[in-house]
Each structure stands twice: as structure tokens, then as C-alpha cells.
Design a protein around this ligand. Structure first.
Ligand SMILES: NC(=O)c1ccc[n+]([C@@H]2O[C@H](COP(=O)([O-])OP(=O)(O)OC[C@H]3O[C@@H](n4cnc5c(N)ncnc54)[C@H](OP(=O)(O)O)[C@@H]3O)[C@@H](O)[C@H]2O)c1
Length: 338
């Protein structure tokens, strides 16, 4: 593929440090459907086309293959390390004392890097599920969020910044009640919050909270994750690509509804990290940020499609005695504990 996007045209988002990052990144979770070689080949093509932000995680089980591809893009002179913004995440089974650095070093070694740009705490509790498990899977050691436990994990992340292993740290799958408790205790504030964001699940309160606190919202499942694993599907789920306002805009702009979801995300101000292993898809997913924006009316119509439809409910992380997945998300405004 020789097609390349003009980097100067890609809008930027600003971190609280003043550093700018691209307004769209590439997701790398194969959803138990796409293997590590397929995903990493897409990372190669995507960087060649012009992606500079790549969202990785240890639990996606493909960092070693992505690392090989990163070495390839460096050795072929396609990009230099400093032009990329690479994220990774500590998985739930590595929150314990000393484990966060071990996990970070493993991701660094797999990715063939000597620093990460941003390192997330993937979920705010140590509840573990085996990769590829089904929705009814429960781990007997699972427990509710504990501020003390979380802060012990966060302190280890802060240490990683101080040791120069990571440049920024972030949190994922957070709620406002948890952030209200955590933020005053941080020595280093999160630079970004990775959260589920798509037209049918806009999380307006959490989105505004992040902005008010100068924390960049990074939106996962920006297309509504049509290929997500079975364990993350339920009969009430809404398909974002079928929403009337998304379909109307797709018809007006002559693009796939997925591309409309991304245009909306970029114009709203979050950083979407769409996943795709298909070249025409990942090309249009970045290209959409530089041309043919949605009108104010289209933006407003899509804002009106919010159905509070959370797709990644996290039910596999529930503990003994929890009522339902809602317990993970502090829906009545306070942290749910036992
Ligand atoms: N922090 C967290 O807890 C968390 C949780 C979930 C995800 N994430 C991150 O967010 C990333 C994105 O989320 P996701 O992968 O679940 O969902 P997504 O990006 O919303 O959906 C990806 C799927 O959408 C389809 N698609 C992509 N571009 C398209 C286009 N231009 N036209 C038509 N269809 C298109 C593809 O389906 P087909 O393959 O069927 O064509 C692709 O597999 C992940 O890869 C991961 O990096 C983070």
C-alpha cells in the first residue's frame, strides 16, 4: 500500500502537559476473533498509512507480534520511535505489590520498546478472568473496588513514571464516584481516561468530568464493537451503525455508518481508538478525521441517539454477593462495596 495520510492534516488533542497527540488511534484487541499475526499485520499497514497512536494491552495477547512490527517500521524508516504514541495496560491479575512494574517491563520487552507513552490500569480492581472465557465465568477471588487497593496499584504506576519506564499514566473503566475518591490522593494525575464511548453510550457526565479535570477522554468501542466476544453481548444491546441519525448522516456523506460514528467522536473531542484489520476500513477510520465533517445538525441528531447502552458490562468481574453488572459502575452515585 502506498497511500499515506498527510500528518499535518490530522487534528490533535492536547494532554494536560501541553503535549499533542493524534485525534484517532488504532485499537488492537482482536475480540477473540482475530489472531495476533492478523492484528499486528494491520498495525504495520496502519502505521504505514499514518496512524501514530496504537492502543495495546497485555491481555490482548499480541504485544510480542506488535513489537516485531514496530521493529520493522523502525528499521524500514517508516517512523521513528518518538513519532509514535504507544499505550499499554496492566491487567487485573498484576495489581499486587511489585507486579505492576513486572507487567510493564514484560509489555516493554514484548513491544521491543524502552518506554511506553501511556500506561493504563485496565480495570480498577484485581478481578481476573481467563482470556476467551464466557459471560457466566466468575472468579471466586473477585471483590469490589477498594480505594486502598487501587491506590497501592496507582502508586506503582506513579513509580513507573518516576523511573522513566512510562511517560504518562491513565485509568480505564472508571466512574465519577471512584474518581472523586482517587484524584485527591494522586501524586501524578491520570493524563487520560479510557472509557466506552459511542453514539448509543455517550457517558455525558463522565466525559464532562474528564474534560473539567483536564484528563483526555479516549473512547473505546467507538463503532459499538460489532465483532465483540459473545460474553459481551446481550439482547438489549443497540447497534450504533443502525441508529437513525447515524444512518441518515452515512447516506448524506456517502460513507459507512461506522465512519459516521468516528467523525462524531472526533468532532465531540474524545480520541476514538477503532479496531480494524481490514485495510479499507482502517484507512477510512483515520481519513474520516481530515475531511467532510458532520454538520452541527448531524452532530446534534447523533447526540440525541444516546441510549445509555453500555456494551462492555464487565459481568465476568463480579464478586460473590454482587447483584448484577450494574454494581461495577456505581450507578446510584456512590461506590458499591460489599
Ligand atoms: N480499556 C478497555 O477496557 C477496552 C475495552 C474494549 C476495547 N478497548 C480498546 O478499544 C479498541 C476498539 O474497540 P473494539 O475493537 O471493541 O470495537 P470497535 O472499534 O467499536 O469495533 C471494531 C469492529 O468494527 C468494524 N469496523 C471497523 N472499522 C469499520 C469501517 N470503517 N467500516 C465498517 N466496519 C468497521 C470491524 O468489524 P469486522 O471485523 O467484523 O469487519 C471491527 O472489528 C479495542 O481494539 C481496544 O484497543 C479497550
Amino acid at each position: 500500500m502506498d497511500k499515506k495520510i498527510d500528518q499535518n492534516k490530522i487534528p490533535r488533542r492536547v494532554l494536560s502537559s501541553g503535549e499533542e497527540i493524534p485525534c484517532v488511534g488504532l485499537g488492537t484487541f482482536g475480540s477473540d476473533k482475530y489472531g495476533a499475526d492478523t492484528v499486528s499485520e494491520a498495525v504495520y499497514g496502519a502505521i504505514k498509512y499514518g496512524y501514530r497512536l496504537i492502543d495495546c494491552a497485555a491481555v490482548y495477547q499480541n504485544e510480542a507480534q506488535i513489537g516485531a512490527v514496530l521493529q520493522r517500521v523502525f528499521s524500514e524508516g517508516i517512523v521513528e520511535r518518538k513519532e509514535l504514541f504507544i499505550t499499554s495496560k496492566v491487567w487485573n491479575d498484576m495489581h499486587g505489590a511489585g507486579k505492576v512494574e513486572e507487567s510493564c517491563r514484560k509489555s516493554l520487552s514484548d513491544l521491543g520498546l524502552d518506554y511506553l507513552d501511556l500506561y493504563f490500569v485496565h480495570w480498577p480492581f484485581p478481578n481476573y478472568h481467563a482470556p476467551g472465557c464466557d459471560g457466566d465465568s466468575r472468579n471466586p477471588d473477585s471483590r469490589p473496588f477498594s480505594l486502598e487497593e487501587f491506590m497501592a496499584t496507582w502508586r506503582q504506576c506513579e513509580d513507573l513514571v518516576e523511573k522513566g519506564l512510562v511517560r504518562y499514566i491513565g485509568m480505564s473503566n472508571m466512574t465519577i464516584p471512584k474518581l472523586e475518591a482517587i484524584l485527591p490522593l494522586c501524586r501524578i494525575k491520570p493524563a487520560a481516561l479510557e472509557m466506552e464511548l459511542h453514539p448509543s453510550f455517550q457517558q455525558p457526565e463522565l466525559f464532562a468530568y474528564a474534560k473539567e479535570h483536564d484528563i483526555l477522554p479516549i473512547g473505546y468501542c467507538p463503532i459499538g464493537s460489532p465483532s465483540r466476544p459473545e460474553r459481551d453481548r446481550s439482547s438489549e444491546d443497540v447497534a450504533d451503525t443502525q441508529l437513525p441519525a447515524v444512518l441518515a448522516a452515512a447516506s448524506a456523506h456517502q460513507v459507512h455508518p461506522a465512519v459516521i460514528c468516528l467523525k462524531w467522536a472526533v468532532q465531540r473531542g474524545q480520541v476514538p481508538i477503532p479496531f480494524s484489520v481490514k485495510e479499507p476500513q482502517y484507512i477510512s477510520n483515520l481519513e474520516c478525521a481530515v475531511s467532510d465533517p458532520l454538520t452541527e445538525e448531524e452532530m446534534a441528531a447523533i447526540e440525541g441517539e444516546d441510549r445509555n447502552c453500555r456494551l462492555i458490562k464487565g459481568q465476568v468481574f463480579l464478586w460473590e454477593g454482587a447483584k448484577s453488572w450494574e454494581d461495577l459502575w456505581d450507578l446510584d452515585g456512590r461506590i458499591v462495596s460489599l
